[in-house]
Design a binder for this molecule. Structure first.
Ligand code: PLP
Length: 459
């Protein structure tokens, strides 16, 4: 059992949480159409829906918020952020955006034409949807080990280079406006990508004249995994590793709500001047003037501070340790999780936990409902509700390889006893797993359907 790392902070402000009684939980589920996104946050006791924008900001960040310059153009806060972004990422140009998907939207609007392809190890759901929304086709080329939850591979987020080369050959490099890689691989278990793999991917993209963009939402966690696990990196700082990583790429998108530990914000960076001109025009149309990009000056300040706090190695060691501890306690309760534990979240193998529920009846959704019913805990399904889709050519539904329930851990927010409560609740569910039933849709929107779909239980 990994030791729980003592938090490298103390608490000076608290937010009360309350556990509502079982009857109220049942009523909340019914009203929400059994979709946890529709449950009131007040009715959740431990909220592990996402680590996105849910972290606790530091006193330095709150102090920076008071220094926010709200000038429409050229605000001091923009230049503070610019200094931090240039120092950490090193790209020539950048714009702020209100969150990661806004950066993706701008990038896709500028580069993706109908019928074009965008490969990655695994696209996150918003990236996938933004590419599709422009008529493009996202392609996931992660190594096969990523689909076996039991294999202990140190860099399970790696892209399969042979698959990438074959894919480029098949569709033609001219039909690929840019290629990506997601660090860490959120959709595949929060698993890191090695520097060796990043270098190989960059080589393949560049030898085919394909611009290379990194989805950098959790780049700091990825760089810390590289320091821990990759030969030759133990003595490099996380910041040095980040420099090496971003020097390989032509640009990046980032949800600052992740490793920049802010409640709202995003970044789009690039080296190419012509693209930057297009990006600025699109940004002005969709988000705002290029020196604020849909954010308030105070948000830019908090991001500038948070980018450095997210790189702090004592913090990163605590964060990855907390995640590993929760995973180990859940495994102890007999529930398998993706191995090894990822950076920001524990991914429960719902298909293995509820083997009697077939994919078309959504085992991940069933487990998420059960976790709320038993302990008012909220996780999120990452499986067929999120990713099953009709094949463009045949119309047949394509199911994802894994049916997962993700428990994402907000940064600097919950303590060891909260993690123990989650593991103990799952242990109770495990004892009556055979009686848990599946679900069917009663409503599905066209894109990103997991957010607003409604369900009914199958008896
Ligand atoms: C969260 C996330 C995004 C989207 O960012 P938002 O800020 O939620 O819009 C994109 N990619 C990855 C890997 C993410 O985790």
């Amino acid at each position: 059992m990994p030791v729980y790392p003592p938090e490298p902070f103390r608490i000076k402000e608290v937010e009360s949480i309350r556990l509502i009684p079982p009857k109220a939980r049942e009523a909340a589920l019914k009203e929400a159409g059994y979709n946890l996104f529709a449950v009131k946050a007040e009715d959740i006791y431990i909220d592990l829906l996402t680590d996105s924008g849910t972290g606790a900001m530091s006193q330095e960040q709150w102090a920076a918020i008071l220094r926010g310059d709200e000038s429409y153009a050229g605000a001091r806060s923009f230049y503070r952020l610019k200094t931090a972004v240039e120092d950490i990422f090193g790209f020539k140009y950048f714009v702020p955006a209100h969150q990661g998907r806004a950066a993706e939207n701008i990038l896709c609007a500028c580069l993706v034409k109908p019928g074009q392809y965008v490969p990655s190890n695994m696209h996150f759901d918003t990236t996938d949807a933004n590419i599709r929304a422009r008529g493009g086709r996202p392609e996931n080329l992660v190594i096969d080990e990523a689909f076996d939850p039991t294999i202990l591979h140190p860099f399970k987020g790696n892209m399969d280079n042979a698959k990438l080369k074959a894919f480029i050959e098949k569709v033609g490099a001219v039909n690929i406006p840019f290629g990506m890689v997601t660090v860490t691989n959120n959709a595949g278990g929060g698993q890191p990508v090695s520097m060796e793999n990043l270098k190989a991917i960059a080589d393949v993209y560049h030898s085919n004249n394909i611009p290379f963009f990194i989805d950098a939402a959790r780049y700091a966690e990825n760089c810390f995994f590289i320091q821990l696990r990759e030969p030759g990196y133990a003595h490099k700082s996380v910041k040095e590793i980040a420099h090496e990583m971003f020097a390989l790429a032509d640009g990046m998108t980032m949800s600052a709500k992740k490793d920049a530990i802010v409640n709202i914000g995003g970044l789009l960076c690039m080296n190419e001047g012509i693209l930057f001109e297009k990006v600025k025009n699109e940004l002005i149309l969709r988000e705002g003037f290029p020196t604020y990009g849909g954010l308030a000056g105070r948000d830019l300040e908090a991001m500038a501070v948070g980018l450095y706090e997210g790189l702090d190695e004592t913090y990163l060691s605590y964060r990855l340790g907390q995640t590993a501890y929760l995973a180990a306690r859940i495994n102890e309760a007999g529930i398998p999780t993706i191995q090894p534990a990822g950076g920001h979240a524990v991914y429960l193998d719902a298909a293995a936990t509820l083997p009697h529920i077939p994919q078309q009846e959504f085992p991940g959704q069933a487990l998420s409902v059960e976790l709320f019913r038993e302990g008012a805990i909220r996780g999120v399904e990452i499986g067929s509700v999120m990713f099953a889709h009709p094949d463009l050519e045949t119309g047949q539904v394509v199911y994802p390889k894994l049916e997962l329930l993700r428990l994402a851990i907000p940064r600097r927010t919950y303590t060891q006893s909260h993690m123990d409560y989650v593991a103990d609740t799952l242990a109770h569910i495990k004892t009556r797993a055979a009686n848990v039933h599946g679900f069917r849709f009663t409503y599905t929107p066209e894109l990103l359907r997991h957010f607003t779909a409604r369900f009914e239980p199958l008896k």
